[in-house]
Design a protein around this ligand. Structure first.
Ligand code: C2E
Ligand code: CA
Ligand code: CA
Length: 400
């Protein structure tokens, strides 16, 4: 067979077998270019069950039920395929609702028997499309799998960057610390928002090495920035729910800190409230963070449930007031009053507040008058590459 392989893509020439009936199936495929025929052979007679084009998926049955291929796939033209590995699906299937798992298996079994019972001479009108899904949902799922394939390589190929957004004291305008924010510059998709790729990564185990990489980059940067400004700064790092279940995360973080001679209290771990739902497990993690002296920051506060019981139970040191509230603070009475109430409550409980997404002077002034501790937003600075953040520190020094 004359096929060659790049990282996540395979190329086949016209007439090549992509897989044969009876093969063990470790991969499914998305057709990027060309046409593929799904065929069965019965007494040397070839019958085409389906002709698939660009954007179609095939070979997925074997990935779901782990049984040998029940039909062969042949390249009808030269084709380029995006490869979906077994482990990419397996993690999701394993973590899916058991009833969904059962349905998936029932459906695959059904299609298996359909292809087995097929014999030449019968009508060839078998629809192999596995599950009826609305076309846009199907496209969305295909896009996610494509992004995920590319994300698997992105860490090794150094396509990620961490940028640092200054967080300032609202009363003195002085720089107090930074928030580390991840960027993915994909050669294929361009700059992809973390709002798109973090949820994909979070659904795979890739979040663990990537999260560690962010921690390493951020702590190294903190040391460099602090040396420049010549006083203590903090670094806020976003942590997803899956990372809180990683027993090595905090040890890794402490190793990075001690290597740079930095203290645990200089790191703020930002988690969103949704992350706290799973009380027992996260509860232990939060206890451990308190015990080790890491500061916990409740992110996106004011959206979702903003449950007071979580504040009581977990005692975060900082609340980050969500941008959606800050956006309207100057012209919506409700937003103004909610911000004020959050800030007053925080003061009474000896917590600090960070207002995020400040874009105008007026917002900064209002928040300062309410007693909000810190501000973050384009009004002060955009997220900066390390060199730019260093320049920002230099300018802060000159101001003093
Ligand atoms: P977030 O934690 O709420 O981060 C704040 C977001 O607001 C950032 O978006 C930041 O660039 C943006 N922002 C800051 N100031 C302004 C402003 O004045 N105006 C506007 N319009 N936006 C502002 P970004 O960097 O796109 O990140 C989006 C989200 O992705 C983050 O929301 C966070 O939840 C997640 N994220 C980013 N980096 C990481 C990471 O390293 N790990 C994890 N787990 N999540 C991350
Ligand atoms: Ca955050
Ligand atoms: Ca936030």
């Amino acid at each position: 067979m004359t096929h060659y392989q790049t990282f996540q893509h395979q190329h086949f020439h016209q007439g090549d077998y992509i897989f044969r009936e009876g093969d063990v199936g470790n991969f499914a495929y998305i057709i990027e270019q060309g046409t593929v025929e799904i065929v069965t052979l019965f007494e040397h007679q070839k019958t085409v069950l389906n002709t698939l084009q660009e954007g179609n998926i095939f070979g997925e049955l074997a990935l779901i039920d782990g049984r040998p291929r029940s039909a062969s796939a042949i390249a009808a033209t030269d084709v380029v395929l995006c490869v979906i590995r077994q482990d990419q699906l397996e993690e999701r299937i394993q973590s899916a609702d058991p009833i969904l798992q059962m349905l998936l298996l029932m459906i695959t079994r059904y299609f298996r028997t359909e292809t087995q019972h097929f014999r030449p001479g019968q009508t060839t009108n078998i629809n192999l499309k596995p599950i009826t899904m609305a076309e846009d949902r199907l496209q969305e799922a295909i896009n996610i799998i494509r992004l995920e394939s590319d994300l698997q390589n992105a860490l090794n190929e150094q396509q990620f960057r961490v940028v640092f957004q200054p967080i300032v004291s609202l009363s003195t305008q002085e720089l107090m610390g930074f928030e580390a924010l991840l960027r993915w510059n994909s050669p294929k998709h361009g700059l992809v928002s973390p709002l798109v790729f973090i949820p994909i990564i979070e659904s795979t185990s890739l979040i663990i090495p990537l999260g560690e990489w962010v921690i390493k980059e951020s702590i190294t940067a903190l040391a460099v920035l602090q040396r420049e400004i010549n006083r203590e700064l903090f670094m806020s790092i976003n942590i997803t729910s899956r990372q809180t279940q990683d027993p090595n995360l905090l040890t890794f973080l402490m190793d990075c800190l001690s290597r740079e001679g930095l203290k645990n209290h200089q790191v703020k771990l930002e988690i969103i409230e949704r992350c706290l739902f799973d009380d027992q497990l996260v509860g232990n993690w939060v206890q451990q963070c308190h015990h080790l002296g890491f500061t916990l920051s409740l992110d996106d506060f004011g959206t979702g449930y903003s449950s007071l019981s979580y504040i009581h139970q977990y005692r975060p040191k900082t609340l980050k007031i969500d941008k959606s509230l800050i956006d309207n603070i100057a012209f919506m009475r409700d937003s103004y009053q909610i911000c004020r109430a959050i800030i007053e409550m925080s003061q009474a409980l000896e917590m600090t507040t960070v207002a995020e997404g400040i874009e105008y002077q007026e917002q900064a002034d209002l928040l300062q008058s309410m007693g909000c501790t810190f501000g973050q937003g384009y009004f002060f600075a955009h997220p900066l590459l390390l060199e730019e953040a260093l320049n920002y520190c230099t300018r802060q020094n000159q101001r003093r």
